[in-house]
Design a protein around this ligand. Structure first.
Ligand SMILES: [Fe+2]
Length: 308
């Protein structure tokens, strides 16, 4: 009987391999700069208004109030030995941001024992400058993670290729268009990590990377829920993502004002179905653009897989 634990084509003890594809931003620098400028101006105006009404402090308190969210996901064809398998899912830590979540998230993690931990990108708040301000706190946070099969991560739209090595040094196995096989006895699950399709990798490139991998029961890690059709066509059973922050600034009832995705807003938060595929879009741990949350708390998700 094979011992539990992940296996892949490259032994975990080898030095971090460079990404197999060249990361390149899809937008031109001018386009990206213009969009950032417009959004920043709009959000600065909104923040100023919230400060006048006193709601800004409330939003900051909400943003610091990360919650543990435990739930089951039932999946058809889940290999029997994985019934009850637990996945600790965190995303969008934005660890160099104005809200310091290190201590509170550490306390949540200290109370968790999981089979696997997955990080679905956006380790960093800023889009330029030193990445160490994000990778250093991430390294401290993951010291609180206890799992049997390890910690795996993917890249988000805030992250740079230069962050892969420090994240790997922190004990996070980065999957950049790569996969590992998780085993329980003779049962196997394929864990696939694809580079971000929101700002970096074209969807067709991600689909080609998926097509080149062996088949099997597939769990996909992708930063945003914008690879739905390609993932469903590639027989992905479970799609785990973040990016939207659940809207971050929501109306009562958790209705997002903005989702920042090029797909339907029903995929912006929580559990969803697309074709034969089940997905979960986490509200994420941290915040970006503004250090505020309304009607949408940050979360650490603890998922238990169930055989449907
Ligand atoms: Fe994010």
């Amino acid at each position: 009987m094979a011992p539990p634990g992940p296996q892949s084509g490259t032994p975990p003890s080898t030095p971090p391999a460079p990404p197999k594809h060249q990361r390149r931003v899809k937008q031109s620098k001018f386009e990206h700069g213009l969009i950032c400028l417009v959004f920043r101006a709009a959000f600065r105006g909104l923040e100023a208004g919230l400060k006048i009404t006193g709601l800004h402090a409330r939003g900051r308190r909400n943003a610091a109030d990360t919650q543990l969210n435990r739930f089951d996901i039932a999946l058809t064809d889940l290999p029997a030995a994985f019934d009850g398998y637990t996945i600790l899912h965190m995303s969008d830590l934005h660890a160099d941001g104005p809200i310091d979540l290190e201590a509170s998230v550490g306390r949540i993690l200290d109370g968790i024992d999981a089979d696997l931990c997955v990080l679905t990108g956006d380790y960093r708040y800023r889009l330029s400058g030193r990445h160490e301000d994000a990778t250093a706190p991430i390294a401290r946070i993951v010291k609180h993670v206890r799992t049997r099969d390890g910690i795996f991560g993917i890249m988000g739209n805030h992250d740079l290729g230069t962050m892969i090595a420090p994240l790997e040094s922190a004990g996070i196995r980065m999957l950049v268009n790569d996969h590992v096989i998780l085993r329980r006895g003779s049962d196997e699950v394929q864990l696939v990590g694809l580079d971000d399709v929101h700002a970096y990798q074209p969807a067709e490139e991600a689909a080609a990377a998926l097509a080149a991998m062996p088949g099997g029961f597939r769990i996909l890690l992708q930063h945003s829920p914008e690879l739905l059709d390609e993932a469903d066509a590639a027989n992905v059973s479970l799609y785990l993502c973040g990016h939207t922050h659940g809207g971050q600034i929501c109306l009562p009832g958790g209705i997002p004002v903005m989702t920042n995705i090029r797909t339907h807003r029903r995929y912006a938060r929580g559990l969803w179905r697309h074709g034969d595929m089940t997905g979960y879009t986490t509200s994420g741990v941290g915040v970006s653009v503004m250090p505020l949350r309304f009607f949408c708390r940050g979360e650490v998700a603890l998922i238990t897989l169930r055989r449907a």
